[in-house]
Design a protein around this ligand. Structure first.
Ligand code: Z5A
Ligand code: MG
Length: 229
């Protein structure tokens, strides 16, 4: 029996993940598919509310603790994702574990340049990856790549904790390393496609759609099952 596909949108702030993931959902539905759209962090669960307060600067958390909370927020949804895929519903995610890995590891790069002594437990790429190992693995991850200049033109930086240029710079660098295959995250990444998110909305949508179609055909042709990360 056919199964749903797991499609993930990743990228920096303002790269268009929310816009493009919703456009894809509409397109797939218009094509007759059942689709579930989810976003991470899911700020509506008890764990999500802790994350929301942290991102808004209303509370503080140890870097390891907040990393594990982001991961737990995905594990909360893991069985829902699996059951939808098994029931032939495609799941489209607005951010997933690559954000978890990239943002936490980027933070450690920033703190190691600003403080003379190393942090007590360096948040290495592999440490950041391990809590998410075992989650449903995306059939396709679309990394919406945007220069920092273009992101800044789209406006709105400064509202939340990570919305600062130096942080976004590091995050982009870490995404690039994972995309090039570095660490456990890079080795397990599967189909990780870079999309130039600096183009117009419709052009990006078209590129997304072509990649989704290719992935779809290959999953069906090869009868691939749902993988785990
Ligand atoms: N985080 C983490 O640390 N660890 C984790 O495990 C996870 C996340 C999952 C909250 O993310 C923060 O959590 C985030 C990472 C961290 N921190 N930061 N920074 P979020 O998903 O809740 O919020 P968001 O993703 O930061 O940003 P966003 O503003 O929602 O961006 P977006 O969804 O990528 O973009 P958008 O809303 O679709 O578009 C932004 C604007 O650009 C909007 O005005 C659009 O109309 C415009 N836009 C979009 N595409 C285009 C094109 N192609 N041309 C022109 N204008 C465009
Ligand atoms: Mg968004």
């Amino acid at each position: 029996m056919a199964r749903g596909k797991l499609i993930v949108f990743e990228g920096l702030d303002r790269s268009g993940k929310s816009s493009q993931s919703l456009r894809l959902v509409e397109k797939l539905e218009a094509d007759g598919h059942h689709v579930l759209h989810m976003r991470f962090p899911d700020r509506t669960t008890p764990i999500g509310r802790l994350i929301d307060a942290y991102l808004k600067g209303e509370s503080n958390q140890d870097d390891h603790v907040i990393h594990l909370l982001f991961s737990a927020n995905r594990w909360e949804a893991s069985s829902t994702i699996h059951s939808h895929l098994a029931a032939n519903t495609t799941v489209v995610l607005d951010r997933y574990f690559y954000s978890g890995i990239a943002y936490t590891h980027a933070k450690s790069l920033l703190s190691s340049t600003s403080s003379p002594s190393p942090p007590p437990s360096p948040l290495t790429l592999d440490w950041c990856t391990s809590p998410d190992v075992g989650l449903p693995r995306p059939d396709l991850t679309l990394f919406l790549d945007l220069t920092l200049e273009e992101a800044a033109r789209r406006g709105g930086y400064g509202g939340e904790r990570y919305e600062k240029r130096e942080m976004q710079e590091r995050v982009r660098e870490v995404f690039g390393r994972v995309w090039m295959g570095e660490g456990d995250a890079g080795r397990k990444a599967g189909e990780f496609v870079r999309v130039d998110a600096g183009k117009g909305m419709e052009e990006v949508e078209e590129e997304v759609w072509m990649n989704v179609r290719d992935m779809w055909e290959s999953v069906e042709r090869e009868g691939k099952g749902v993988g785990v990360f």
